[in-house]
Design a protein around this ligand. Structure first.
Ligand code: SF4
Length: 458
């Protein structure tokens, strides 16, 4: 909708309750996604409904699981990342068969699939329990064994409604994804999904059939859907995923849901990686993998990071105290920015020095020290707040802080504001090992700048 289209739906009283000077200004802000429909309290219900429908993402958001392990798919608005950004990274699911001799062991193995990258933890998001046995009791026992060993949300894969029902009696409260409603079972499956308020995958025979089936399930009142075109060879899955995304962005409602794809056709790990890689790139919301092998999962996580990282948002670490080694109360305190690359350079150089230390990355919105300083994000005020609020004053008995050499200009004001003695460190983080070894010898020795003598705390 254009700003003028939106304006026509507003009360036009210019009452300013929305925080804008006029209704027209509010309409323009809404059109540019800089305001929220709810900010105008006097809008009619019909206008609100029309505007909310127009501003809703073309692909619905579907949530699987509860609590901290909840995983989300959908909410995407573009075909290409450079048009804006992708929102929810493809969720990786590991398949566990109910014919497995040790499903609990496989769940435990999946728990270990967590990788640290630039300070953020990445891994799989779901476990897909498959009803290969065809036996509802075996399936529900497997679901029970898996849920006892992991907190990952589940995908319950069975075409048999009684088996799904038994599994939902065990795991329904954890909001699993039920896979799948088909032409043969969709009324019962939809009823079950509605009863337990869980998302439901819809599996078509081809795209036309999928569109019809998704409409039928929606008409039964269930809107938490995940789509599967039914294709299983890579070429056709790729074509279907692309077509579903294209049509969804054109607001073809039956395709306005995230998709699921299966890379379980081959036992060859390399083939599984290739297939899953294609589906991550184009445009699966969930990809089911054949196994929990790190050599399969790790390259896919790396690929996913490359595709779903928002290039407009620099990678940042949390702004908090990081302990390198086992620092004591006389260990050095180093300030840096929370740009991931900066932080990890500093952290690894501190580690290389073998001088246990505290590193405090100030929140600069993920930009480097010098950029942050130039942009007013790396200031004496922010560093002082970090020193006062992070808890570092309880961890060290001295009051000496080392700042990057590139921002030596901050030292005077920082010292005045914080009450800490400010020591100017090296300009490059590569100079940190030599700097700490040479200068952090005894904190009680008077500061004789530039070579301040401090104790090595180890
Ligand atoms: S609150 Fe609504 S009616 Fe009032 S100025 Fe804003 S848009 Fe117009």
């Amino acid at each position: 909708m254009t700003g003028l289209d939106i304006f026509k739906l507003l009360p036009k009283t210019n009452c300013k309750k929305c925080g804008q000077a006029t209704c027209l200004a509010f309409a323009m802000a809404l059109a540019n996604a800089k305001a929220d429909v709810g900010q105008c309290p006097d809008m009619s219900d019909a206008a609100r409904e029309a505007l909310e429908a127009a501003s809703a993402p073309q692909i619905a958001l579907v949530k699987i699981g509860v609590g901290p392990n909840e995983t989300q798919a959908g909410n995407e608005t573009v075909l290409f990342r450079h048009d804006k950004c992708f929102v929810n990274p493809t969720s990786l699911a590991v398949s566990i068969s109910d014919r497995s001799e040790n499903p609990a062991g496989e769940a435990l193995k999946a728990n270990g699939l967590v990788f640290d990258r630039l300070g953020q933890m990445h891994g799989i998001s779901l476990l897909a329990v498959q009803n290969h046995s065809g036996d509802p009791d075996v399936f529900s026992e497997t679901v029970k064994a898996v849920t006892g060993k992991t907190s990952f949300p589940l995908i319950l894969i069975s075409g048999d409604p009684p088996a799904v029902e038994k599994a939902l009696e065990i795991a329904g409260a954890k909001k699993p994804l039920v896979y799948a409603a088909t032409e043969e079972n969709y009324t019962v499956m939809t009823e079950l999904a509605r009863k337990y308020n869980v998302p439901l995958a819809v599996k078509g025979r081809d795209l036309d059939h999928l569109a019809g089936l998704a409409e039928k399930v929606s008409a039964l009142g269930h809107k938490q859907l995940v789509l599967d075109s039914g294709a299983r060879n890579v070429r056709q899955v790729l074509a279907d995923q692309t077509q579903i995304r294209r049509q969804a962005l054109r607001r073809f409602r039956p395709f306005g849901f995230p998709t699921i794809a299966f890379a379980v056709n081959s036992q060859d790990p390399l083939q599984a990686i290739i297939e899953a890689g294609v589906y991550i790139a184009k445009y699966a919301g969930i990809v089911v993998l054949p196994s929990a092998d790190p050599e399969v999962v790790l390259p896919l996580i790396t690929l996913r990071l490359n595709i779903f990282t928002d290039p407009q948002k620099p990678a940042a670490v949390d702004s908090r105290i990081y302990e390198i080694g086992s620092p004591g109360n006389s260990a050095p305190v180093l300030i840096t920015s929370n740009f991931s690359l900066t932080y990890f350079c500093v952290a690894s150089d501190v580690e290389a020095s073998r001088v246990p230390a505290y590193v405090l990355p100030v929140d600069t919105d993920g930009v480097s020290v010098l950029t942050g300083w130039a942009a007013g994000k790396f200031t004496p005020e922010k560093i002082t707040a970090m020193l006062k609020e992070s808890g570092i004053e309880d961890k060290v008995t001295h009051r000496r802080v080392i700042i990057p050499g590139g921002v030596a200009v901050l030292s005077g004001k920082l010292q005045d504001l914080s009450g800490w003695e400010v020591i100017v460190g090296p300009v490059e983080s590569s100079g940190i090992p030599a700097f700490l070894k040479r200068h952090w010898i005894n904190p009680n020795i008077a500061n004789t700048a530039p070579a301040k003598r401090m104790k090595i705390d180890q």
